[in-house]
Write a protein that binds this ligand. Structure first.
Ligand code: NAP
Length: 282
């Protein structure tokens, strides 16, 4: 029996996840396929229900379904519950288990690409959507010492900062143009963009979320956007002498964590990297 898996999203046609996961199955001779399932909000419940059948390993979930999918699952782990979003579903004998591998993808990519562990770091996090929430909880769990969260809609940053209080991390919220936020950038050990600013074909393609002058040479600058591989933010950071990390490693490591949950095997990360780069034409 060929085992099935895939990703629910809308739109999803241009996803590179099928290339990455199918290369991983092929490299370990696993008889399984991963497909991109273009799924409207109206079709989500039926799509998720079909995962209970024995030929399904599980699925990934992406925009716009990461929150909406939660009511259709049997169990959701603690981290995904706190983040408020599920990106991975495992079919365990007909029961659907939800988790979130974006947090792990973020932490593993920081470690593997830049040798960075977050304990004790002063971090600036830009954004307050699903990806930012995953990073924020990963940073809190990793014992970062302080977190400045800035978002276009400042109320969302405030609500995330107050939710994080229970983790013990010192978190403050700002608007993107707040002078205190710009000073926090100058002091930061790590600045993370988790907005879609700079994304190819996005509404703010060609823009950076912070002015170039606030990036210090000793800083690590991380952009979750993976296309283009060097966003305007990363180009500014390179010019400032900072160490830079793009979004592709996070994409690969969150995928690798999901793949391992479905198969019970260690994911071939190098194979997944190569397939993802090829799919992006890099
Ligand atoms: P989301 O939940 O829709 O959040 C979008 C975020 O971007 C919000 O903070 C939003 O601010 C902000 N934003 C959007 N347009 C903006 C603009 N023109 N100016 C300033 N801020 C703007 O999306 P998400 O799932 O968190 O994803 C965010 C980004 O991370 C996307 O580019 C996505 O591709 C990337 N991502 C990458 C990975 C990876 O593995 N590399 C994983 C997940 C996500 P408001 O709250 O004010 O709307």
């Amino acid at each position: 029996m060929t085992l099935l898996s895939g990703i629910f999203g809308y739109p999803i046609r241009h996803s590179i996840s099928p290339a990455m996961h199918n290369a991983a199955f092929a490299s370990l001779d696993i008889d399984a396929v991963y497909s991109a399932w273009e799924t409207t909000p109206d079709d989500l419940a039926a799509g998720v229900a079909s995962l209970r059948s024995e030929d399904y390993l599980g699925a990934n979930v992406t925009v716009p379904h990461k929150q909406a999918v939660m009511v259709h699952l049997d169990e959701i782990d603690d981290l995904a519950t706190r983040i408020g979003a599920v990106n991975t579903i495992v079919n365990r004998d007909g029961r659907l288990m939800g988790s979130n591998t974006d947090a792990l993808g973020f932490i593993n990519s920081l470690r593997s690409e830049a040798g960075v562990t977050v304990a004790g770091l002063e971090v600036v996090l830009i954004g307050a959507g699903g990806a930012a929430r995953a990073a924020a909880y990963a940073l809190a769990e990793g014992r970062a010492s302080a977190l400045a969260i800035a978002n276009r809609t400042v109320e969302r940053a405030e609500s995330l900062a107050s939710e994080l209080a229970e983790t013990g991390i010192l978190a403050n919220a700002f608007g993107l143009h707040d002078p205190d936020f710009l000073s926090a950038c100058e002091r930061a050990d790590l600045i993370v963009n988790s907005t879609s600013v700079g994304m190819l074909h996005g509404p703010a393609e060609g823009d950076s979320p912070v002015p170039a002058e606030v990036i210090s040479p000793g800083c690590v600058v991380y952009d979750m956007v993976y296309n283009p591989p060097k966003t305007p933010f990363l180009l500014d950071a390179e010019r400032a002498g900072a160490q830079v990390i793009g979004g592709l490693p996070m994409l690969v490591y969150q995928g690798a964590a999901a793949w391992s949950r479905w198969t019970g095997r260690e994911a071939p990360v190098d194979v997944m990297f190569e397939a993802a780069k090829e799919a992006l034409g890099l």
